[in-house]
Ligand binder design. Structure first.
Ligand code: NAI
Length: 396
């Protein structure tokens, strides 16, 4: 079928298999162009099909020749209906890994559940014995708690007071004011249950209890801080509380891994266009301005560049991992550069629908958004028939 983007609000209902394949190939090329990474050889990535998790899987496999197991929650295709993009990414990843003789298997299902944890445990036992690195890169709006059976929903709201600021509808380019009411009831607790560190901890406990973490194993989860412009809705908002919890969890996991000389880190990454971040009010305007400035300075990075730098210059240097005063790895250093933030703040003050195409990188935002779904890649013939029924080889 001919596959075109079909937008509904902030999501795209279709995904292009060839475009997703191209996206994976481009990321592999980038990793190879940067040379080998002296990293872990048996890697579990939880949230491995898009964004930072996919980039981590690619960096491990094609930078360090690692065997990878990827866990994700994606929608397979049905006749006439495309899969979610992460499905096509995983299919392309496995295909490219197989070409190079790299072990790669995937598990599709709810990573919060006991069942998917058990499947992963069984697969590691059967195929890899143990793992040396566990990347935790889930971004989800909901979590069905495996012990209580309660379905928790996360919210993206300020705490304590109403927040009013500008945002942009990146489809139309319209800049307008948005008001977000503060959270109420159990919003904070629910957001912490979904996006905090409890599930990360449960994964590591389960792996450790089954003796599946190798001596010296490391685990890394991803966090975000961002600018003062977005802090009311992000870092000081409900999601920020979840990130505080995630960051605190790194310390308790680190303690629990002492007996195997293991380590646990949170890496604070840069703001990027992903399915998760497009849904956060105010962030698209911030990212449009940020991209413009970082591109002009030559410091702009996407997920793959960020993870390449995380691996090559932070995690696997052979020396102690550099961390900030709160024990976090910082790979958001170029985003939070004082000069960059100063320029974003200045532009923010006078951004309008009329001048945003000029002062911001709305085009870059849109391109990245379309790319998430496999659209807009050079080298892909979008007018050609594409087969939507693509398999992920290891998933029966
Ligand atoms: P994403 O939406 O691109 O990827 C999320 C991944 O989680 C996908 O592989 C998806 O299949 C998987 N997933 C979601 N729910 C699942 C479930 N129930 N079971 C199994 N897999 C599930 O997200 P992104 O942006 O790469 O986020 C990953 C982490 O990075 C998050 O913790 C996020 O807060 C953090 N981060 C994101 C930034 C951004 O600007 N996008 C910046 C800094 C950190």
């Amino acid at each position: 079928m001919i596959i075109e983007p079909r937008m509904r609000g902030f999501i795209c209902l279709t995904a292009h298999p060839k475009g997703c394949e191209q996206s994976v190939k481009n990321q592999i090329e980038y990793i190879k162009s940067k040379g080998p990474i002296d990293g872990a050889k048996r890697v579990l990535v939880i949230g491995a099909s898009t964004g930072f998790g996919l980039a981590s899987r690619i960096a491990s496999a094609f930078g360090s020749d690692a065997a990878t197991i990827g866990v994700f929650f994606e929608k397979p295709p049905t006749e006439g209906k495309t899969a979610s993009p992460g499905w096509y990414n995983a299919a392309a990843f496995e295909k490219e890994a197989a070409k190079e003789g790299l072990y790669a298997k995937s598990i599709n299902g709810d990573a919060f559940s006991n069942e998917i944890k058990q499947q992963t445990i069984d697969l590691i036992k059967a195929d890899l014995g143990q793992v040396d690195l566990v990347i935790y890169s889930l971004a989800s709006p909901v979590r069905l708690h495996p012990t209580t059976g309660v379905l928790h929903r996360s919210v993206l709201k300020p705490i304590g007071q109403t927040f009013t600021n500008n945002t942009v509808d990146f489809h139309s380019g319209k800049v307008s004011e948005i008001t977000i009411e503060p959270c109420s009831g159990d919003d904070i607790e629910n957001t912490v249950v979904v996006m905090g560190g409890e599930d990360w901890s449960m994964w590591i406990d389960a792996l450790k209890q089954n003796n599946l973490l190798a001596d010296g194993a490391t685990t890394v989860a991803y966090s975000y801080i961002g600018s003062s412009l977005t802090e009311a809705v992000y870092r000081n908002g409900t999601i920020g509380r979840a990130k505080d919890h995630l960051e605190a969890t790194a310390f308790s996991i680190k303690d629990s891994l002492k007996s195997i000389n293991g380590n646990a880190f949170v890496s604070v990454n840069k703001a990027l266009v992903t399915q998760a971040s497009s849904a956060i009010p105010v962030i698209p305007l911030y990212i449009s301005l940020l991209y413009k400035i970082m591109k002009a300075k030559g410091t702009h990075e996407g997920c793959i560049e960020q993870i390449q730098r995380l691996y090559q210059q932070r995690l696997f240097t052979g020396a102690a991992v550099p961390v900030d005063e709160k024990g976090r790895i910082r790979i958001d250093d170029w985003e939070l550069d004082a000069e960059v933030q100063d320029e974003v703040s200045k532009l923010w003050a006078f951004a309008t629908t009329e001048n945003l195409p000029e002062i911001g990188d709305l085009e870059g935002y849109r391109k990245d958004f379309y790319n998430l779904f496999g659209f807009g890649f050079e080298g892909v013939d979008y007018s050609a028939d594409a087969n939507e029924m693509v398999n992920v080889d290891s998933i029966k």
